[in-house]
Design a binder for this molecule. Structure first.
Ligand SMILES: NC(=O)c1ccc[n+]([C@@H]2O[C@H](COP(=O)([O-])OP(=O)(O)OC[C@H]3O[C@@H](n4cnc5c(N)ncnc54)[C@H](OP(=O)(O)O)[C@@H]3O)[C@@H](O)[C@H]2O)c1
Length: 348
């Protein structure tokens, strides 16, 4: 792949969990950044970040600061994205946004490059990066879907606290610090004495919370609704039969999904393993007898989505169970966005 050598690249949310990872990945992949424009809130303006051996001053996000940028990679939240992305795109900047603001807009492609790169045809100016859980699930399922036609899926997620940004990680760390010597007492906890923070709303340390985002009228959470809708859009199966339960777990980095997937024809675990072994961006970890199966700590800091525990669903030769883990900050957000940018600016 060839890339032009003189891109002016804005990173919006450069101080955040995803933004920090974007800067690392831009450097590591030698993305051709001629001029970096790191943007954040007024709180961070004037601070510097180190990029490519230089100190670069962070500026407050504004359309003026984005002027002339070839590319904007943004991870600053949906309401902030709504405030600048359409205008910046109209001014000629390719905007790759990691928030939920534009994902379901009909004119905005929602892209995982290994899964639906064709959605990038026609040089769109705004491209949305899917939700981190959806990306992990799609990386594992798309190769199987291409071969056997996905008909339905039941998904449960186990999502890391860094999915809620820097504040989520900090909240877990503070609570673990407070509770680490009370592990036995937590068998009969004094609920009123447990630490509760603003991010998760209940104690996150030594606990799991089946609530990510707010509850909708039907009892689903926002995260579950995103997972369902985005899976349908990415795969282009608008009537896909899919349900999700999304759960926050006290893991620093790495989202996991357990999936029951049903296909249009019979498919064996052996065929699924062969397909996943060949799939770009996927690493098969499926030898349970020898202790080989995915876990989030093994996926953290890695580019690949790890897939294993592949089993036939009892009495259903067209259905499989599997477990997959991916780094929510990398493939779930920053890396996926930069891979999209590499496609968009590729000259090869
Ligand atoms: N974490 C994940 O795993 C993940 C995965 C996929 C997508 N995302 C999405 O990516 C976005 C960022 O998430 P995150 O986890 O990186 O959050 P985060 O760690 O809380 O970082 C938020 C970033 O946004 C900036 N920001 C806040 N208010 C701003 C404003 N008014 N103007 C400009 N910048 C502002 C912050 O700058 P200051 O430092 O100046 O406050 C910071 O750089 C969210 O939309 C999230 O849903 C996150």
């Amino acid at each position: 792949m060839g890339l032009p050598g003189n891109l002016k690249v804005a990173v919006v949310g450069a101080t955040g969990a995803v933004g920090t990872e974007m800067l690392r990945i831009l450097e590591a992949r030698a993305f051709p950044v001629d001029e970096l424009v790191p943007l954040a809130s007024a709180r961070s303006a004037g601070r510097t970040i180190r990029f490519d051996g230089r100190e670069v001053a962070i500026r407050e996000l504004s359309l003026e600061a984005l002027r002339g940028a070839d590319l904007s990679l943004s991870a600053a939240g949906a309401s902030i994205a709504r405030g600048f992305v359409r205008e910046a795109a109209a001014a000629g900047t390719v905007c790759i946004d990691k928030s939920s603001a534009f994902r379901m807009e009909p004119d905005v492609p929602l892209v995982v490059p290994e899964v639906n790169p064709e959605a990038l045809e026609g040089s769109p100016k705004i491209i949305a990066v899917p939700n981190c859980t959806t990306i992990v699930a799609m990386m594992a399922l798309a190769p199987l879907h291409r071969a056997a036609g996905l008909r339905s899926m039941v998904l449960s997620s186990y999502q890391a606290v860094s999915g809620a940004g820097r504040d989520g990680t900090r909240e877990l760390a503070e609570q673990v610090e407070k509770l680490h010597d009370q592990v036995e007492e937590l068998g009969r906890p004094d609920l009123d004495a447990l630490p509760v923070g603003d991010v998760f709303g209940k104690t996150m340390a030594f606990n799991v919370l089946p609530k990510i985002d707010s509850f909708a009228e039907d009892g689903s959470t926002g995260e579950e609704i995103k997972t369902v809708n985005e899976s349908r859009k990415i795969l282009g199966i608008f009537d896909l039969d899919v349900v999700a339960t999304c759960v926050r777990v006290p893991v620093p980095v790495g989202h996991s999904v357990s999936v029951l997937a049903r296909f249009s024809r019979a498919i064996t675990p052996g065929e699924a393993r062969s397909l996943l072994e060949e799939a770009p961006g996927v690493e098969l970890r499926d030898d349970p007898a020898n202790g080989v199966y995915p876990s989030p700590l093994e996926a953290a800091g890695r580019d690949e989505v790890l897939v294993g525990r592949i089993r036939q669903a009892p009495d259903h030769d067209d259905a499989l169970l599997l477990f997959a883990c991916g780094d929510n900050l990398r493939k779930g957000a920053a890396l996926n966005g930069i891979q999209i940018a590499e496609h968009m600016f590729s000259t090869g």
